[in-house]
Design a protein. Structure first.
Length: 82
């Protein structure tokens, strides 16, 4: 249950899912929440976080931060004039 996302030179995030008590191979979930991406979130710990954008320079590989994961479908809208 390892997940990562990268935009070279800007963002590099990685997380490791937390296994549930009944089945450690299945993630532990938080259901019925108000998160914008999905009402079901898998719990995780962040294993790598690097962000260098908008004047923010943040690097953390401590593994002491939390994270969540969920499938989602991003639908953008065209800008005026496109």
């Amino acid at each position: 249950m390892n997940f990562s996302f990268s935009i070279p030179g800007i963002l590099d995030q990685a997380a490791e899912g937390i296994g549930g008590g009944a089945n450690p191979d299945e993630p532990l979930y938080v259901d019925n929440n108000l998160h914008w991406a999905n009402q079901r979130l898998g719990l995780a710990k962040a294993t790598r976080s690097h962000m260098h954008v908008f004047g923010i320079d943040w690097d953390d590989t401590s593994g002491h931060n939390n994270g969540v994961f969920a499938p989602f479908n991003w639908h953008g809208t065209a800008a005026v004039g496109d």
